[in-house]
Design a binder for this molecule. Sequence first.
Ligand code: ACM
Length: 264
Amino acid sequence: MKVGFIQLAPVLGDTQSTIRKIDELLPGVSDADLIVLPELCNSGYNFVSKDQAWETSESIEDSQFVRYIESLCSKYQMHIVSGLNERDGDKLYNTSFLAGPNSYIGKYRKIHLFVNEKDYFEPGDAGLPVFDIGHCKIGMLICFDWLFPEVWRVLALKGADLICHPSNLVIPGLCQRAVPTHAVCNRVFVITANRTGTESNLTFTGLSTIASPKAEVILQASATQEEARLVEIDISLARDKMITRRNHALDDRRPEEYSLITET
Ligand code: ACM
């Protein structure tokens, strides 16, 4: 299976310019089976106001950006995961959606909101779904969700082989160093598709990363360049949960000792 990411700087409030960038970069990874794009790819990230967050949002049904991604999936016979500033009624969600060759498939809404996102978005209420895309089963997390081992584990327990992680990371290197550990603890592949560029006081840190179930960084982008990259992976590695002949990464858990984790 060929998987990759497009690392770019979405243009705040200008979906058409972002689409032009994706159009330029995508031919470099056109034979991928799955590509991941950054968080809030249709809108940009660092809104100056609630009004700007609202004006740059789209409902999935009426989204120009979702239709564009669907058209790429159909043209290149691939799956794409992308961040989306999603409008639903009078609420906004920081969403990641999955589309495939036959159109939109499903979404995840970011559960753990970061700093000013709490002023604009509702916390995710769509659970932690896992989708079977034929080659493998995928789950989605978004950026700051990375800090919470619980959500990685839930996706692994639901059978995800690969976790797609659209991001707009700003703390230099921290998540990129942590991702291989989440990958090995759950024996899954992880694709963190980060962005580059600066929006007022925020500089995004690039270094989009693909990690293997053995905690190897098998592909990493530069810190500052817009780039599309792909790598071939053997998904069977994520299905072998044996750490030793007698230790299974999931079956050896002792949930009866962990009840504190689910207390609110
Ligand atoms: C982040 O969650 N965008 C850092």
